[in-house]
Design a protein around this ligand. Structure first.
Ligand code: PEP
Length: 261
């Protein structure tokens, strides 16, 4: 894990369209990341760019992650990528359970298999959970609790420390959102997630898990979210494709002290 450092993960999704643009973006971001003492930056590009970006990694502050992986190591799984392939490129962090994959039919059971496979292969699964919409009765809390409980089923205790948990409400992702989630709402969910993890894993193991936020993070809201909600990093989608915006998020996050929970 990133130790006490904040973890900022760029999810490029299916962008950019060309390798040369991916390389330009990566090199610019890598230089910005190298300036930050308290940040571990992870870039999750589309799979075809991993090889060339990996060759351009320098230092330890900015590494390459993956947006997805299958739970099997190899075999007849057309279109899938395995942990063995990712490990061949030295990839440690892999996103698991992103809402855009759940929307393609990825179930809690599949998310669980991916999380377990990543853990058993010595990787750090970045588990994304979050409700599709909010309701006034608070049923969305149960959605998040159920996603976490099902994803963690059977996870070996000694490997729990390798998991990164991200609260990413689907309605707050920039492609859906009119507004990002407020720091107060993130704080409330952060406290709830900590309670769920305490109940599930015990306070020692739960206390080791980094909890991040994702959903329309930008230079304007990044500082407030860290200071007021206590999360120790972000998953950044849209803003990670803009070097200036992403560099500013790194700079702000580097300086901010998360609210202690
Ligand atoms: C995401 O979908 O993982 C994400 C964080 O997107 P955005 O920052 O664009 O809301």
């Amino acid at each position: 894990m990133a130790g006490k450092k904040k973890l900022i993960i760029a999810n490029w999704k299916m962008n950019p369209g060309k390798e040369k643009d991916a390389l330009t973006l990566f090199v610019a971001v890598k230089e910005e990341a190298a300036l930050r003492q308290n940040i571990q930056t992870v870039i999750c590009p589309p799979f075809p760019f991993i090889s060339v970006l990996k060759k351009n990694v320098s230092g330890r502050k900015c590494s390459i992650g993956a947006q997805n992986m299958h739970w099997e190591v190899n075999g007849a799984y057309t279109g899938e990528i395995s942990s063995a392939m990712l490990l061949d490129y030295g990839i440690k962090y892999v996103l698991v359970g992103h809402s855009e994959r759940r929307a393609f039919g990825e179930t809690d059971e599949m998310v669980n298999k991916k999380l377990l496979a990543a853990l058993r292969r010595g990787m750090s699964p970045v588990l994304l959970v979050g409700e599709t919409e909010r309701d006034s009765a608070g049923a969305f809390f149960n959605v998040v609790r159920d996603q976490i409980t099902r994803a963690f089923e059977g996870a070996p205790r000694h490997l729990l420390k390798n998991i990164v948990l991200v609260y990413e409400p689907v309605w707050a992702i920039s492609s859906h959102a009119a507004l990002p989630c407020s720091p107060e709402n993130i704080l409330e969910m952060h406290i709830f997630i900590k309670k769920v993890l305490n109940d599930l894993l015990g306070s020692v193991a739960a206390g080791r898990l980094p909890i991040l936020y994702g959903g329309s993070v930008n230079p304007e809201n990044a500082g407030g979210i860290i200071a007021e909600s206590g999360v120790t990093g972000f998953v950044v989608g849209n803003a990670s494709l803009d070097t200036r915006k992403f560099a500013r998020i790194l700079e702000i996050a580097d300086k901010m002290k998360p609210l202690a929970l």
